[in-house]
Design a binder for this molecule. Structure first.
Ligand SMILES: Nc1nc2c(c(=O)[nH]1)N[C@H]1C(S)=C(S)[C@@H](COP(=O)(O)O)O[C@H]1N2
Ligand SMILES: [Mo]
Length: 319
């Protein structure tokens, strides 16, 4: 089995240790092209600023937040490398200022938003489950605002049917983007149907745990769609474009038989290489094989709010 054919999840999650170690060696020698300027190897300085938010009003019954240390040190952000620890360790040279988000495409009023203006909006805290397609999960206290707010301001045209998201391309600050490891093409791109994008649960997050977003979590602004697998939540977003056709998405381009466009969390549709029936809560002792492993819920537990979006669809085919 080639780890390059099947890069998600990283080898350390599912492959034999020998294979995992051999890839680490490859990365360490720089053979894979993942050579990091020394300055980027230092951990991110704590530059977070406090954010104030009111409750988003979602039911958070029974949800215990994953410890901050896990939320910020067990990450997927391939622009900084493939290992879970890479984003925290290698994002210290990333500068989330100045930053703008362009919202355009099929809209009446295309606009460029400055990040500081977005941060000055009324912000909400949303305690959401996050379920990675790799079968681990977290509970994260995000701070942000509904994506629908921005979309309504730019006024989607009647012809707009989808929303495309683009993450930043900055190889000088993102060591994973200058590697030649054939995993993903840059920019990282994602997409939603317009009705999914307008759903009140869909937010743009600018912070977590009461402070601005750490670089490794997608500073300064990222998408969060809690009923979908984590990879739908594009990090460090610079462009949001309304389109009339389904936009290409990074993991679907990489392996269309493994990662669908919809990517709704679904315990009944297994990934071709592992079951999606259960998940390993990060930061909970005994999570991997032990008793803490828990059942995965349809739509990640948000079915009551979102199932109607998919009425009449075949969710096995449109996975
Ligand atoms: N630009 C970009 N966005 C990304 C990713 C990535 O590699 N690049 N990884 C995705 C995946 S697979 C997951 S599970 C989540 C992880 O978010 P977190 O590290 O903040 O928990 O980010 C998603 N967004
Ligand atoms: Mo993921």
């Amino acid at each position: 089995m080639s780890i390059f054919r099947y890069p998600h999840p990283p080898a350390s999650e599912i492959t034999p240790r020998s294979l995992w170690l051999s890839r680490r060696d490859l990365l360490a020698t720089g053979l894979a092209g993942a050579i990091v300027p020394p300055g980027l190897l230092r951990p991110a300085p704590a530059r977070a600023a406090p954010l104030t938010a009111r409750s988003g009003g979602q039911s958070t019954e029974g949800l215990t937040p994953t410890p901050f240390q896990d939320v910020t040190h067990y990450n997927n952000f391939y622009e900084f490398g493939l290992e879970k620890t890479d984003p925290a360790e290698r994002s210290g040279g990333f500068h989330p200022r100045p930053w703008t988000v362009r919202v355009d495409g099929l809209v009446a009023h295309p606009r460029t938003y400055d990040i500081d203006a977005l941060l000055a909006r009324p912000l909400q805290e949303r305690l959401y489950r996050m379920r990675c397609v790799e079968a681990w999960s977290m509970v994260i206290p995000w701070i942000g605002f509904p994506l629908a707010e921005l979309l309504k301001e730019v006024e989607p045209l009647g012809s707009a049917k989808y929303v495309a998201f683009e993450s930043v391309v900055r190889p000088s600050e993102m060591p994973g983007q200058s590697g030649v490891l054939p995993v993903l093409d840059w920019p990282y791109v994602e997409g939603l149907r317009l009705d999914e994008a307008l759903h009140p649960l869909t937010i743009l997050a600018v912070g977590l745990y009461g402070q601005t977003l750490p670089n490794q979590n997608g500073a300064p602004i990222r998408l969060v769609v809690p009923w979908k697998y984590g990879f739908k939540g594009a990090k460090s977003v610079v462009r949001i474009r309304l389109t009339d056709s389904r936009p290409p998405t990074s993991w679907n381009l990489r392996a269309p038989d493994e990662y669908g466009f919809y990517a709704n969390v679904n315990p009944e549709v297994d990934h071709p290489r592992w079951s999606q029936a259960t998940e390993r809560p990060i930061g909970v002792r005994g999570g991997f094989f032990g008793a803490a492993r828990k059942p995965t819920l349809p739509f990640n537990g948000y079915g009551e709010q979102v199932a109607a979006l998919y009425a009449g669809m075949n969710l096995r085919r449109d996975f």
